[in-house]
Design a protein around this ligand. Structure first.
Ligand code: SF4
Length: 347
């Protein structure tokens, strides 16, 4: 199997050129081609000498995916089902806002955590994605956004959220390599990159010690361990207290305010007493809570909360001095709850 050029840094590409007996600047040329000019194949790198091209072609591929399906939403959102370089199916989402364009990427094919409300979890874990396969999603979503006129021809993805299929911190090396290259090669600001974790505690401590300015979002979805274990069985070994403590550590190490995600499920975790317990758990912490009304998933019995219940939940948190936002429900018409498009493909 060929190795991928996407996922290699400028320095690594220079070394690769030197290994082939070429001048170092050829490495920089490859970085320009794969990260900034959308080059999809070694054979298309016409500004490289033919001998170097054929040397490269024996061992390397660029690492671009194929688009299998695109679903467009009414709210300037789209979702692509992709076959990544090393095969299978993954999903990525593009979202246009007035002031930015955001791409949501997957980090694994499937997921081992098995959250009871999630379509990806229902399919089990298949494999980790390579760093290049993660970066490809941002390039591909950017290209689709230009074709769909959601971005101008010279526009680019400004924000990346690691919130698609898979748990990013359980594919740590590839995730961090992708984060650093998105920043250095694709010029996505570090503060505009969000890693969303389901609460994988060792990963939170580890990423804190990278001392990067990225945003960390931790999904809690419960204020009480029994409910959390039911919703997120694959992380039962970590209590909510352990997870919140890891979030405090992240703030101490990086100075970055942590976001806690809380998916509101009618009759399961949306009562005022649960909101009060959550406020108590997060008391005194520099954080904010993002409430996400559940996006219905076929085959799951959960329902979104009533509007008055989510308003009450929010009020209780605010009364406890916890800053709260409620995420806009975008992409419901394109099966934008994680893993749904891929699941349809497999049926
Ligand atoms: S919600 Fe995230 S962590 Fe949980 S099963 Fe789905 S992809 Fe995995």
């Amino acid at each position: 199997m060929k190795k991928l050029l996407l996922g290699l840094s400028d320095g690594e590409l220079k070394l690769l050129a030197a290994e082939a007996g070429e001048k170092e600047y050829r490495g920089k040329q490859i970085a320009d081609l794969v990260y900034r000019q959308g080059c999809r194949g070694v054979a298309l790198m016409s500004n490289l000498p033919a001998k170097f091209r054929s040397w490269l072609d024996k061992e390397y591929a660029v690492g671009r995916s194929q688009i299998v399906k695109t679903r467009r939403g009414k709210d300037r959102t789209f979702k692509v089902l992709l076959t990544p370089a090393f095969g299978d199916f993954i999903e990525s989402v593009g979202m246009a806002y007035e002031d930015r364009f955001s791409c949501c990427v997957s980090t694994q094919v499937g997921c081992s955590v098995g959250c009871s409300f999630c379509a990806t979890g229902a399919g089990g874990f298949k494999r980790n994605l390579a760093a290049g396969e993660i970066i490809d999603q941002v390039l591909t979503v950017g290209e689709v956004a230009v074709r769909e006129k959601m971005l101008p021809p010279d526009g680019r993805v400004s924000h990346v959220v690691f919130m698609g299929m898979g748990e990013p911190l359980m594919n740590y090396e590839a995730t961090l390599t992708a984060v650093k290259l998105l920043n250095s090669e694709l010029k996505v600001g570090m503060r505009n990159i969000t890693i969303s974790t389901i609460g994988y505690v060792p990963g939170i401590y580890r990423v804190a010690r990278e001392h990067l300015q990225l945003t960390l979002a931790i999904s809690l979805h419960a204020s009480e361990d029994t409910i959390r274990r039911r919703l997120v069985p694959g992380m039962s070994r970590f209590s909510l207290k352990d997870i919140v403590e890891a979030g405090r550590d992240y703030f101490r190490e990086t100075g970055r305010r942590v976001t806690f995600e809380y998916c509101l499920l009618a009759g399961v975790n949306d009562s005022p007493s649960e909101a009060a317990r959550l406020a108590e758990l997060l008391k005194g912490m520099n954080c904010h809570v993002n409430l996400i009304p559940f996006n219905p998933v076929e085959g799951k019995n959960y329902k979104p909360p009533r509007a008055d219940r989510s308003a009450d939940f929010r009020r209780v948190l605010e009364d406890g001095d916890i800053p709260v936002t409620q995420r806009e429900q975008r992409g419901a018409g394109i099966e934008a709850a994680c893993g749904q498009l891929r699941r349809m493909q497999r049926q």
